[in-house]
Design a protein around this ligand. Structure first.
Ligand code: S3P
Length: 450
């Protein structure tokens, strides 16, 4: 599939986005370990999350899809079945890393494989701590890359400080900790998304926070089955939020979106860049905050993203780079070397595509320096097989002269099936659903310090 994009008319629209990808993975896994039937609503039926669903099916879990975004999961009281075949994680790093943790504590052997892209991504970050817990886990690829062969066994709780901030690794260790003897404590160098902790708590698994920002899980607990509704994915909404923010007088309302404060750093960035941004949490009943976000666009100004803010923006950096190209002045992204290890080398991919569209960009080992405002011109750009690169450059196309074509854009289905349908609305004035300011009377979201 190719995405063909023309300059956007005035943006004034209200949307919802599909379910949160990170929460969908975790909900499926934890519900599958629970002691009964759980209905998950708002599940993201994307390719990545379906790999987790299929993996849990291979492990003997009955999962019914009773609607496009509704799953009924029959929890197995922690007792998974030995897989009769290898487990295919596709291009989903979250599936592979979370399952590595889960499978390390089982009594059987399993093998996790990925596609060509995932097979290039590092797994040492999850292998090393799992081995400390007593796991027998081996990477078959060069330099600790997939496939992973895991011979499960008895694990012991450890106290581990993550060398790099990674919610996937933290979550893998929490899942392994559930099957370990004693307490497993993980400390992270800076805060990452806390969905696993919240989901465990929601399923009544006992965890604890320690003073250094660490989290502990106590082993050998069975999650209590419960129903859960997954909120919209703010990392998917990010593309539309930036589009509205970068268009003077653009106006966007996103309803029913996840507002967990480990995920909302983009709103602070857009405020710093000058946009009007308001958020209202409407519900925290299932521990994950959800609500509405409203953005009004202005001529943006450049900003600096660095340090502890980076892990909380890790999936938003491609679209922030596009915002930087449209903004007045310089936007600097530093300390983001992790971007080179995502579905593509995102630093190289973004620099290449921005230059193809006429922006001035300097590439650094750990980031980008973007000199705006660029006069973007429509061009053929590559997705690099990376869903977030494809979507970020579709948004760049909304601000370019002429036509922009994003090639090989099928990868958007990994996180955002239906992205192309919403994109069509953003390019077609007749499809704009006029919205009126809704939460204008609320206090603006706080500005995050870099
Ligand atoms: C994710 C964590 C992040 C993020 C990824 C999803 C998760 O990866 O980039 O899209 O669901 O835990 P890292 O843990 O590698 O930072």
């Amino acid at each position: 599939m190719e995405l063909r994009i023309k300059r956007a008319p005035r943006i004034d629209i209200e949307i919802t986005v599909p379910g949160d990808k990170s929460i969908s993975h975790r909900a499926v896994i934890i519900a599958a370990l629970s002691n009964g039937m759980c209905t998950l609503r708002g599940f993201l039926p994307s390719e990545d999350c379906m790999h987790t669903v299929n993996a849990m099916r291979v492990l003997g879990v009955k999962i019914e899809q009773s609607g496009p975004d509704t799953l009924i999961i029959h929890g197995k009281r922690r007792v998974l079945a030995p897989p009769q075949k290898q487990i295919d994680c596709g291009n989903s790093g979250t599936t592979m890393r979370l399952l590595a943790g889960l499978l390390a504590g089982q009594t059987f052997e399993s093998r996790l494989v990925g596609d060509a892209g995932l097979s290039r991504r590092p797994m040492d970050r999850v292998i090393a701590p799992l081995r400390q817990m007593g796991a027998n886990i081996l990477a078959e690829g060069p330099e600790q890359t997939p496939p992973l062969r895991i011979r499960g066994g008895s694990l012991r709780g450890i106290h581990y400080r993550l060398p790099i901030a990674s919610a996937q690794v933290k979550s893998a260790l929490l899942l392994a900790g559930l099957f370990a003897k004693g307490k497993t404590t993980i400390e992270e160098p800076s805060i990452t998304r806390n969905h696993t902790e919240l989901m465990l708590n929601y399923f009544l698994v006992r965890t604890a926070k320690n003073g250094n920002g660490g989290v502990s899980v106590f082993g050998e607990q069975v999650p209590e089955s419960r129903d859960f509704t997954i909120p919209g994915d703010i990392s998917s909404a990010a593309f539309w939020l930036v589009a509205a923010a970068a268009q003077p007088r653009g106006h966007l309302l996103v309803r029913d979106i996840g507002l967990n404060d480990t995920r909302t750093a983009l709103l602070g960035v857009l405020l710093r860049m000058g946009a009007q941004v308001r958020e209202a949490v409407e519900d925290v009943g299932q521990l994950e905050p959800r609500g509405v976000v409203e953005v009004t666009g202005v001529p943006l100004k450049g900003t600096v993203i660095q340090g502890k803010e980076v892990p909380q923006l890790i999936d938003e950096l491609p679209i922030i780079a596009v915002a930087g190209a449209l903004a007045n002045g310089t936007t600097i992204i530093r300390h983001a070397q992790e971007l080179r290890l995502k579905e593509s080398d995102r630093i190289a991919a973004i620099a290449h595509n921005l230059r193809t569209m006429g922006a001035q960009v300097a590439e650094m080992t750990d980031g980008l320096e973007i000199h705006g405002p660029a006069t973007l011109h429509g061009a053929r750009v590559a997705s690099f097989g990376d869903h977030r690169v494809a979507m970020a450059f579709a948004i760049a196309g909304l601000f370019a002269d002429g036509e922009t074509i994003v090639q090989d854009a099928d990868c958007v289905r990994e996180s955002y099936p239906g992205f192309d349908v919403v994109l069509e609305k953003f390019t077609n004035p007749k499809r704009m659903q006029m919205s009126t300011p809704v939460i204008g009377s609320l206090t603006p979201a706080p500005v995050e310090e870099a």
